[in-house]
Write a protein that binds this ligand. Sequence first.
Ligand SMILES: Nc1nc2c(ncn2[C@@H]2O[C@H](COP(=O)(O)OP(=O)(O)OP(=O)(O)O)[C@@H](O)[C@H]2O)c(=O)[nH]1
Ligand SMILES: [Mg+2]
Length: 657
Amino acid sequence: METAAFKSQVQAFDDWKDGLAKNLESFRLWLRRNQLFQPETDLRLYHMLETLRSDYLTIAFVGEFSRGKTELINAIFFSEYGQRILPSDAGRTTMCPTELFFDRDSKLSYIRLLPIETRLKDIALADYKTMPGHWVELPLITNSAADMAQAMATITQTKRVSFTQAVALGFDKETLSKSKDPDGYVAIPAWRHALISFPHPLLSRGLCILDTPGLNALGSEPELTLSLLPKAQAIVFVLAADTGVTASDMAIWEEHIAQLKSKPNLGVYAVLNKIDSLWDELEGEKRAESSLQRILELTGRQLQLQAADVLPVSAQKGLLAKVRQDQGLLAKTRLGELEKILSEALLGNKQQALWESVVRDAGELLTDNARALEKRRDQLSLQRNEIERARGISQHQLAELLEQNQSTLAEYKKRILSLKPSQRLMERQTRIMLGHINPGLMNQKIEQTRHELVGAWTTIGMHRVIHNFFDSLEAVMSELMREAELSNKMAESIYRKFQEEHQMELLAPKLIVSRRYQRQLQLILQESQQFNESLVLTLSEQSFMIRRFFATTVSRTLELLNTVRRDLIHWSQSVMSPLLQQLHEQRDLIDRHVQDLGALQQDGATAAGRLRALNTLVLELDQELAQGRFLASQLTPPVLPASVSPSNVVDLARLRR
Ligand SMILES: Nc1nc2c(ncn2[C@@H]2O[C@H](COP(=O)(O)OP(=O)(O)OP(=O)(O)O)[C@@H](O)[C@H]2O)c(=O)[nH]1
Ligand SMILES: [Mg+2]
């Protein structure tokens, strides 16, 4: 029995993406065919295609120890193997965050494990992912379920280290003390993070599943909270029906998930697992159902979630029912309903996100270029009419017409030249903006902060150092915002002035949306701040955690600044291009027209041939414009049904043409 809901949704999504990629490719060809090709536009389209190709649909499972996260993953995704693929039988706890996906670049099946000792370095997980040498790689043989399960078991390996070593690695002193053996040794997870790639039908179509360990591991892995979870499209917070929301469930919820509830394009769900523990043969189904309803309502209230976002399930019985193909039992476990809701949320959120990051942009690009083409068509038909009329006029009149056009041509050439100083001005302004976020300056700030952190004697001192660092980042960002505003004003005034001086209708220049960057930085800092403050409550080994948390924040900030840098360079290369493109195009058209009129003056007979050619050209352009309109019509936003909040479901059928 298979995971029908996920299968159909993930497939539909992959098809949607394929269709979109094909559209973007056609758009690229369309641009080339119509001589609208521009290196920066092409680069933008290339980035969009890359985003589509390399993007994952991510669903994360989070919660306290032993709530059944791993069992739920086995039941939803891997039941066709007929056995547990990830270790989730009694006594097998997940030891480190585990990502299951298919690595389209390497196309190989593997398990990559990051040794726990890497925690001693201030390097963020995101950065380790780009350094294969630090990982231990095991091949994964996928044709036998038993072999696979055995290989997966390596993720749960532990190692014996001294108590002091364990503390140095960031494990909680109190928890460790409980398990210390007489020699002062303790068992800790051998791995910090696991990446598992294999060509499972859902994974190879772009699904990524994130399994996480219980509380203590969450607390000591800032990366998980600050970077992995926010990147998901659906987060499943797993609870057990027999215990409800306990104090430690609540602690995890508040520290790691509650703040993500309002994040756009991310669905947060609570799952009440183990409902089979409420099935009581003696009490009857009615009683079980009403006590389940009570727990569901209570859970919703405690977590401040809508009733529809709290879902009951029995993962264990669900897995069993699927393996035994027992439809009756499967219906009772309510696994199907959960799968439907999760898969729809996952997809809806991803489509919405891709729409915002890729499709809308492509649509704008297409519209702008179609307008340029329209202008070309209009200009050509004007010229055609002029030649048509010129056939009947005297040599003298023709000479005058030619002269007129020659002087217009000269005027256009002058206009193009007159833009040079403005171009230089914009280049200088871009250099000023880039100067504010120059990598050398940033690294200096970071190094200085690291240095101060090591020198700080108290937790309060460390917090102050980090606070200062955040303040200086915000100051840099406001400075950048100010310069960006100025750059926008400059661009607008260049366009406006040009338009007034030459009475040309122009496309508006693209502006820098600097507020978006500021919001993103604020979000990073806010999340870090929240997390940083939560550390005071939960951990004894402050300085270690604060340094690692700092590394994570730095890595996220640098990633953001890299994007800003790339966008600014891109902006400076393209801000003047609609104007220049239009001028060049006009110049070339008039140039050709001057030649036509010249030829007509020499030999009246050429006019008929040229007129035919112009007619064909105008007709061809009409066809190209229709094709452009068709391509634009394919780049439509996802349509959200009115009944659900934007962060939840998207109507797929509307998206596939
Ligand atoms: N009765 C019952 N037991 C379940 C259910 N789901 C999981 N379990 C059991 O609960 C225990 C813990 O399950 P796991 O899937 O390992 O839980 P986990 O949340 O991944 O736990 P950690 O990895 O330790 O954080 C195992 O013994 C499972 O068999 C369920 O629906 N009903
Ligand atoms: Mg687990």
